[in-house]
Design a protein around this ligand. Sequence first.
Ligand code: GDP
Length: 361
Amino acid sequence: SLTIGIVGLPNVGKSTMFNALTRNNVLAENYPFATIEPNTGVVPLPDKRLPVLAELVHTEKIVPATVTFVDIAGIVKGASEGEGLGNKFLANIREADAICEVVRAFEDDDIVHVNGHVDPADDIDTINTELILADLQTIDNALPKLEKDLRGKKIEPSYMEAVQKAKEILESGRTIDQAAQAGEIDKNDIADLHLLTAKPFIYVFNVDDAELTNEEFKKKLADSVAPAPAIFLNAQFEAELTELDEADAREMLEDAGLSESGLDQLARVGFDILGLQTFLTAGEKEVRAWQIHKGWTAPQAAGVIHTDFEKGFIKAEVVSYDDFVAADGSMAKIKEEGKLRLEGKDYVMQDGDITEFKFNV
Ligand code: GDP
């Protein structure tokens, strides 16, 4: 499954955040036979629709979609030079599908900052520079063969142009993700290079409690990384939240003026930048959110439930979440009101589709 790699300078709160994330671990509950690496956290995708559906169809069992985080230790200045830890660090990032950068924005004189002072922009620059340098090396290593292939007409000139363009972007100190969001380059054109900075980025600012509701403070930081998404949380506060039961956690959030925990926001935004979405199934046995890629068709979605469903796909019976709730979950009423849609093999799944697949075996 797709993973989000957590990176950041030392002492910014990564472990605190990651430990809080893994305390939310859902794997044990729903996938008892799965083995899971110690540096991996599989957390539920928050979805307020699931308990509503469970009540309507009278089931206790809810299976949410999941988001997988991997704690990637050891970014240091010079990582791109590939010494020891640096090498392993880059290899681990290469395996992740998105990058979550944790940045210290909290003040605490007792906790040493590696660069001597708290400066979020400078920290981001330090990390991104290492990733950019690593990508430049990847390109420089690839170029001699690409030039030969170009002369031998094994690759298109347009591919070489895209590689050169990527090189220029990196040399200007920007990530491919940033440039792609600005429309300067199409990531698909250089996908073969597997560049680190072509992965989608999320920034997590670890801030003091007091700043969690300070919109001006947050806006400045968010603007500094836009259009990449920014999440604001206090890692220690998040850790405390995970120790409480649901009602107490809700109360603690409300007292802090928040409607959702930072980790829940992170899971939602992470799921989104991975290019994933869900469709839903609701029956007496269970209510479940299934994860698929955005843009997938009905047969592809059916294949996530069972490969036979994809091979033998006939049609999908689909009702939107809103229509399902409006009809109190009564299929008779949904049909009567013409809200049950029959969709064929070209149908592109929409988020919140409650679906039943019909198939040949
Ligand atoms: P890592 O090196 O990035 O994994 O950072 P840690 O999670 O180990 O945190 C480093 C130190 O900062 C620990 O003593 C944490 O308790 C502390 N810390 C983490 N998050 C916060 C925070 O939001 N506020 C304050 N004041 N301290 C924090």
